[in-house]
Write a protein that binds this ligand. Sequence first.
Ligand code: PGA
Ligand code: ZN
Length: 431
Amino acid sequence: MMSWVAIKVRAIISSISARKILDSRANPTVEVDVVAEDEVGTKVGFGRAAAPSGASKGRHEVTALPKGGVDGAVEGVKRVVAPRLVGMEVTDQKRIDALLRKLDGTPDLSRIGGNAAVAVSMAVAKAASAALNLPLYKYLGGEQATKLPYPLGNVLGGGAHAGRMAPDIQEFLVIPTDAGRFVDAAFANSQVHRRVRALIEAKDGTFTGGKGDEGAWAPNLGNVEALELVARACEEISEEMGFKIRPGLDFAASGLYDSGKKKYVYKREGAARDTGEQIDFVLELIETYEPFYVEDPLREDDFESFAEITKKAKRCLICGDDLFVTNVARIRKGIKLGAANAVLIKPNQIGTLSDTHVAVQLARQHGYVPVMSHRSGETSDETIAHLAVGFECPIIKTGVVGGERVAKLNELIRIEEELGEQARMGELPWK
Ligand code: PGA
Ligand code: ZN
């Protein structure tokens, strides 16, 4: 399916530069520029990409930053990576990604850092697509890349992304599973976001309009109360829009788990649940509120309980984020055990575009839904919009509001327009 491994043009990487920029939390992150030239030295391609960063990272992700933090990562690109990549064919993505791993030399990419690696890898692909005069999604997916993902966005949140009075559950999400066009789906989510604010205000006159890291409202509400409110907002806006919008959840349960007590601790609620109780709690919420999507309902190493919940949950995507960390070995283990039925895909969890692609393919081959995803710390980099279309992910998780989130949504609106009559929405299960 991939065309980018087969395409050969004489476009050679002539320079790679890196710098420190601000992300959406105003933390430093790495941005990389790649320039490609033809044989006579004419510039034929330019690619720029920036790495995102997580706040509730999985324990098994590659190391985001090397010693020296972002400055160390920038230095690593300049001193270790650039000298070796300059002169290579810019379309030689697989070889370049393999070389990045080799230059790093550690299993967890800790020498150059996953964030530097992913920024280089994505910038190389962008420069290659520019050299071929193709949009990135077509360079990656070929002519058959015509399917738009459904946007899954965070409208209310807590956990590691918001203050202490917000819910314990990290994300209350929405997804318009019946929208006919991406643009309508994106605006439907924004309507739900707006309605959620109105419903919070009706409940709590002291609500200040505070938001968490991804632009989701961060109210002083309990977990069930919050889900009830989001489900209601979904119903109301579904009726107005004329298509179904469903709620979703990301428990980010590793962040709730106290390994000493062996319990999931809901501080705000004053509750602590052992694994069995956690499974029952999640299944009860699924039964009552019929979310379409539930991410990380259990801690990151409990594949067996993931399998149990996946078996028992009816018509609900159970997605592994910290569980799989976009890592092929962990996804394989999940498949073997029947743990989850969807895989969150975060390129910087694994470090290169090639590894990301292999993870998506493995998931799809086994009927697991690949969900392309942003991180809580983002930039205006829109690469994941192209990855979702190019790699045929039927869902993209990228927030609802905020410049760094809408950068991806707006790029998908442009892609949908460019595809014109060819454009279709991706395929979701149970429709
Ligand atoms: P992050 O997590 O803060 O590590 O990006 C977001 C998520 O759990 O999906
Ligand atoms: Zn998550």
